[in-house]
Design a protein around this ligand. Structure first.
Ligand SMILES: [Zn+2]
Length: 357
């Protein structure tokens, strides 16, 4: 019998909660809009952080009292933020708390406010990876990586021998690939854009949902002939400034050549990162892709990525094994449940001692 766990998925746009009653089975799932810096009045960021603690405690108490799970102490939280996995400090959450974000000791705040629960906090990408690792398909993989491409980009690698997602011994982080600086270009012309974190030319600035949203109007205005011959022009009333990610998705599904060239440009940096990853760490057996951007572009996204990977190649490998990337790169679950399921798995695994994963 699996322990019941109260599970949360705290994202920049939605807060989800539910009860995990059996392996990967969720009941009483609800969601509400996130309490974030764009939709909630605040004087200091700490007001929003306190509001998050209030929400978590009230909702955990409600789930415990309203459900047959009375008595459960375990709470798992998947947090859409960069977390020091040793200390539980939330280092930064741009989507929740904006650029004025200050570090916050969420775990300590929860333990003080509601000591009758065992709180476990886990990064949302780690949560998604734990859910996949729990699937029989991936049981034998010594190492596997999950990359999320949504509002932002990040990845985590699971080590089956260590039974964990190893992190920096001091700083407690791993896989923040969205903030790697790159030289981005389109048709060999360099382009400069700003990341959510304020720095220039991070992977996020071009390849995340927000990055693509900034890139499309820029390219549409710069390459006017291509734009006007493209479905993108029709979808935006001929106004480059109005082309959205949704328009790009439609145009890509219609195999519009300008749109496909933009998709190829934003999958290229990720292809490069994967080549680096697999070159340095040959034990990574799968690289799974999840997230809103991947979901929207669907099979076209993977096809573009695989094309870019094959064009770069893996030295002394792909020459003899042309299917190498195809075997390793695949979609993960593209539903909204990975945060809740992963948080519950983490709480079961680490809940007795509490803390962070
Ligand atoms: Zn950045």
């Amino acid at each position: 019998v699996q322990t019941e766990v109260i599970a949360f998925d705290i994202g920049g746009t939605w807060f989800r909660s539910g009860l995990a009653i059996a392996k990967n089975e969720l009941v009483s799932v609800t969601r509400r809009p996130a309490i974030n810096y764009t939709n909630t009045a605040y004087r200091e960021i700490s007001d929003l952080q306190t509001a998050l603690v209030d929400y978590l405690v009230v909702e955990a108490n409600r789930l415990r009292s309203e459900h047959a799970s009375q008595g459960t102490r375990l709470v798992g939280i998947s947090m859409g933020a960069c977390i020091n996995a040793h200390s539980g400090r939330v280092l930064n959450s741009g989507p929740l708390w904006g650029v004025d974000c200050v570090p916050f000791d969420l775990l300590a705040a929860l333990r003080t406010r509601a000591p009758h629960f065992d709180w476990v906090i886990i990064n949302d990408i780690t949560a998604a990876l734990l859910r996949h690792k729990d699937e029989p398909t991936y049981a034998d993989a010594p190492r596997m990586t999950l990359i999320t491409v949504s509002t932002g980009i990040g990845c985590r690698t699971y080590d089956a021998r260590l039974h964990t997602v190893p992190v920096d011994p001091v700083h407690g982080v791993q896989g923040e690939i969205g903030h790697i600086p790159i030289s981005f270009s389109y048709r060999e012309q360099p382009i400069i854009l700003t990341c959510d974190c304020g720095a220039l030319n991070h992977v996020n600035a071009f390849c995340s949902g927000r990055g693509i949203a900034s890139l499309i109007p820029l390219l549409s205005a710069k390459y006017t002939d291509d734009f006007h011959n493209s479905l993108l022009s029709e979808l935006s009333q001929g106004l480059p400034g109005r082309v959205s990610v949704e328009d790009l998705v439609i145009a890509v599904h219609n195999l519009d050549s300008f749109a496909l060239s933009i998709l190829d440009a934003v999958t290229f940096p990720l292809a490069h990162i994967i080549v680096n990853l697999l070159t340095i760490d040959p034990e990574v057996e799968y690289v799974l892709f999840v997230g809103g951007v991947v979901n929207s572009f669907g099979s076209q996204y993977l096809e573009s990525l695989l094309h870019r990977l094959d064009s770069i190649g893996l030295y002394q490998v792909t020459l003899y094994d042309p299917e190498f990337f195809k075997r390793r790169i695949r979609f993960g679950f593209l539903d909204d449940s990975s945060g809740l399921i992963g948080a519950a798995l983490a709480a079961r695994a680490y809940g007795a001692e509490g803390g962070n994963v």
